[in-house]
Design a protein around this ligand. Structure first.
Ligand SMILES: C[S@@+](CC[C@H](N)C(=O)[O-])C[C@H]1O[C@@H](n2cnc3c(N)ncnc32)[C@H](O)[C@@H]1O
Length: 260
């Protein structure tokens, strides 16, 4: 999956797309606000920085900012976007190998907009270990990941029917492509899984994307992080109740964790 994803993130149209994004997602705004009194003393690492959507919001408020991305094309676009700030560290680098950074280097590590979902399961666990190593104990890791419960909804034909025939038509076309491309998976298999890797509609099905159930994500974080809080990407509200978490079908969720 890694080669396909890395190639997609190097593609001109994909780089152009991320290079023009500006707005923070509601959950990211929430965190920006939550830490407003602390940013000025924090050293931040922005993993999978892409075209710099988050750079423009976080770099001006933190004490030190480093952004890395494994796509040299993304980093070049990001450097061009922030050419007026030559002191910003924007470098080509892979989240699976953070060996360029010393242990306990960062107060806040961000992997926004599901960037972690484009590596294999074993590499994902490696990324978490690396983040723990380069993060300061008591520091924070904030990231989002695709929600398998949201994907279940996409796999369910009944959820695509609407009173508007045009909406139903468009939904059914996308549903058919999704199911054909991922024909090795049935809805029942998704329901029985804690995580899966599928091709979803983003960037025209050119990515292999990891989806995980929120409860499984919290368990997966336990060896390296504590005090995990989950936020709806859409509303920015924290999801505190277990039943709410189990029934949530946002396509992705944000997780704020304390580094152990
Ligand atoms: C969905 S884009 C998000 C870009 C940007 N963070 C934003 O929010 O607009 C995911 C980014 O993660 C990067 N990425 C994926 N896997 C990575 C890895 N293992 N190491 C570094 N960057 C990675 C991709 O190249 C891509 O730029």
């Amino acid at each position: 999956m890694d080669g396909i994803n890395q190639k997609t993130y190097a593609a001109f149209s994909v780089v152009q797309h991320y290079a023009q994004l500006k707005l923070l997602q509601p959950a990211e705004e929430k965190i920006l606000e939550l830490f407003r009194d602390r940013w000025s003393s924090m050293k931040m690492l922005d993993l999978g920085v892409g075209g710099g959507r988050t750079t423009q919001h976080f770099a001006p408020v933190v004490a030190e900012y480093v952004g890395i991305d494994y796509s040299a094309e993304m980093v070049a676009a990001c450097q061009k976007r922030f050419a007026a700030s030559p002191d910003l560290r924007l470098e080509v680098g892979d989240a699976r190998d953070l060996s360029r950074f010393e242990d306990n280097s960062f107060d806040f590590i961000l992997f926004s907009f599901n960037g972690i979902d484009f590596v294999s399961h074993s590499d994902r666990l490696k990324v978490f270990q690396e983040i723990r190593r380069v993060g300061k104990p008591g520091g924070y890791f904030f990231f989002s990941s695709h929600n398998l419960q949201g994907l279940e909804r996409e796999f369910d034909l009944r959820k695509h029917l609407s009173l508007n025939p045009i909406t139903t038509y468009v939904n059914l076309v996308m549903f058919t492509i999704l199911r054909l491309i991922n024909r090795s998976f049935t809805l029942e298999q998704l329901k029985a899984s804690s995580h899966v890797i599928v091709s979803d509609e983003s960037h025209n099905f050119r990515l292999k994307t990891y989806y995980i159930r929120p409860e499984a994500q919290i368990q997966q974080l336990a060896p390296n992080f504590s005090e995990v809080k989950v936020y709806s990407w859409k509303t920015g509200l924290q999801i505190t109740r277990e039943d709410e978490l189990r029934s949530n079908s946002d396509m992705w969720l944000y997780y704020l964790c304390v580094i152990q």
